[in-house]
Design a protein around this ligand. Structure first.
Ligand SMILES: CC(=O)[C@@H](O)[C@H](O)COP(=O)(O)O
Ligand SMILES: NCC(=O)COP(=O)(O)O
Length: 237
């Protein structure tokens, strides 16, 4: 089975737009789990433009499924993760000012750095995953860091699939096969959606978890809009 971990960054984006507490991030996290999602993912960024560091602490007691915190292991992030002790930390090499994640780790160049930080998280009982592009060399490098899992960076697959290029799955399948052979667990994420998730799942052996946010929250808006408009019209009669 592949677990669905819902990334709630976009709920926080909406909340922050007005400075109040609507939508309520903690209530949404509770409900998302009540509706069956098997995990909650957050990716706090240094400018706290969506998830705030305080949200990460507040969510600790709300997330009763798998709590996955993603980010670049700079000092503040690492301190926070070690204090919260989520189920999993996913390390992403994004720049401080990145609009969104846009690359995986160079697991060869940064092997020693990753080894050190991964062992610190693991010694604290936190499962580790590292965000990687779908290239065999990066998977081999990942295995040498001691990480429990990798997260395949799926933006390229999602872009190509939307253009009708189903062959774009091939490097992901090859990397998943190699990762399994090397004893790595396999997660995936970025731009996965209702359109592409089934094809992705069917072609990736041993896919343990997907984290999905941007498309899922957008789809929830589209799916909910008819009901909400009807509710307003009813009250305006
Ligand atoms: C690692 C990854 O692909 C996601 O965490 C994504 O980067 C979400 O971050 P934003 O919501 O800030 O785009
Ligand atoms: N790790 C990927 C993630 O959490 C969600 O990415 P996206 O669905 O917002 O692109």
């Amino acid at each position: 089975m592949t677990k669905l971990s819902v990334n709630i960054n976009k709920i926080a984006t909406l909340r922050n737009a007005r400075g109040g507490n609507v939508p309520n991030l903690l209530k949404m996290a509770e409900d998302i789990q009540k509706f069956g999602a098997q995990g909650i993912t957050i990716h706090p960024r240094p400018d706290e433009r969506h998830i705030r560091y305080q949200d990460a602490y507040d969510l600790k007691s709300i997330v009763t499924t798998e709590y996955n915190i993603e980010g670049n292991p700079m000092d503040n992030f690492t301190k926070m993760v070690l204090e919260i002790k989520p189920t999993q930390v996913t390390l992403v090499p994004d720049a401080v000012d990145a609009i969104t994640s846009n690359a995986g780790w160079d697991t060869v160049k940064h092997k020693d750095y990753l080894k050190e930080i991964i062992s610190e998280f693991k010694n604290n009982g936190i499962r580790t995953s590292i965000f990687v592009d779908p290239t065999l060399k990066m998977i081999e490098g990942a295995a040498e860091t001691g990480t429990d899992r990798i997260e395949l960076y799926t933006e390229e697959f999602a872009d190509q699939y939307a253009l009708g290029n189903k062959d774009a799955i091939k490097p992901y399948t090859e990397c998943a096969v190699l990762a399994s052979q090397l004893g790595l667990g396999i997660n995936a994420g970025h731009d996965l959606s209702l359109d592409n998730i089934q094809f992705f799942k069917e072609n990736i052996p041993n896919l343990l978890e997907v984290s999905i946010g941007h498309a899922l929250i957008s789809e929830a808006l589209y799916d909910g809009i008819e009901k909400v408009i009807a509710g307003y019209l009813q009250r305006l009669k």
